[in-house]
Design a binder for this molecule. Structure first.
Ligand SMILES: Nc1ncnc2c1ncn2[C@@H]1O[C@H](COP(=O)(O)OP(=O)(O)OP(=O)(O)O)[C@@H](O)[C@H]1O
Length: 242
């Protein structure tokens, strides 16, 4: 369980782009972050991924504030967190499977690499994840021939195979047609509920958040002004967030 308290980020020109954010991230939850352009969605995701500095705040992981912890504890947490850009960087000439597997061998102990046991385990794990994201049949396809949505799903599968249990996805449906967007949202929801991953996705389209997410955080000028679970947004809330 991750509990964030008082997350604030002030940039050098003095503007506060994240203002006293308090949120709780339960395992297996799919959270949608909505808000108008410039409200701070990407800034929040990057702060949660520890990719950008915090001015103040507590970041509690299972009861320990990792902002106060040493470098190693931060590194350990970072390994379990994946931040996915809108256009993930993939190895264009390689297959979907190779892209999911990239770097996994180095994570295994030497004896497993030498005996080849790790290789077959990794292979099965990667295929299992490609099935979860609906790409098993396309595992041998070169990624340069794949669509934006498929590329996003490969990046998500790769993050989860590498042990991420918190995935921060910045606009995972940007540039996708309505049907593919719904498929992507369905995939994210399934990964949370079946694999126990926690996914936080920044979304422009509020109706997708309402249809698929377990929780919706609404941002306005760097503050969480809406935090709801198990219900749709009211007309007044939508107005405030648009
Ligand atoms: N590293 C930075 N340095 C300076 N200003 C920043 C930085 N990151 C974000 N900002 C500013 O913080 C505000 C929030 O930006 P952010 O990109 O998080 O918004 P957003 O809600 O993701 O917008 P969009 O939906 O358009 O992607 C904006 O005013 C932006 O200009």
């Amino acid at each position: 369980m991750i509990v964030i308290y008082g997350l604030t980020r002030t940039i050098p020109d003095g503007k506060t782009i994240l203002n006293h954010i308090n949120v709780r991230l339960e395992p297996g939850t799919f959270v949608a972050v909505v808000g108008s352009s410039g409200s701070g969605k990407s800034a929040l995701l990057k702060a949660l991924a520890l990719k950008e500095p915090w001015t103040s705040g507590e970041y509690n992981v299972d009861g320990k504030d990792i902002m106060q912890a040493g470098f190693l504890a931060k590194m350990k947490h970072r390994r379990k967190v994946a931040y996915l850009e809108q256009r993930p960087i993939l190895l264009e000439k390689k297959s979907a499977l190779k892209n999911v597997l990239v770097g996994t061998a180095e994570q295994n102990p030497l004896w497993r690499r030498v005996t080849g046991i790790a290789k077959s385990d990794d292979h099965m794990g990667a295929m299992d994840m490609l099935e979860k994201v609906g790409l098993m049949e396309r595992s041998s396809q070169q990624v340069e021939k794949m669509s934006g949505g498929e590329r996003q799903r490969i990046a998500i599968a790769r993050a989860l195979v590498h042990g991420a249990n918190l995935v921060l996805a910045d606009e995972p449906v940007s540039g996708l047609d309505p049907h593919t967007s719904e498929e992507m949202m369905q995939t994210l929801k399934k990964l949370c509920h079946e694999k126990g991953a926690t996914i936080v996705a920044a979304l422009h389209r509020m109706e997708l958040a309402e249809k698929f997410a377990d929780e919706i955080w609404g941002l306005h000028e760097g503050q969480i002004v809406v935090n709801i679970k198990g219900r749709r947004l009211t007309a007044a809330e939508k107005l405030r967030l648009s």
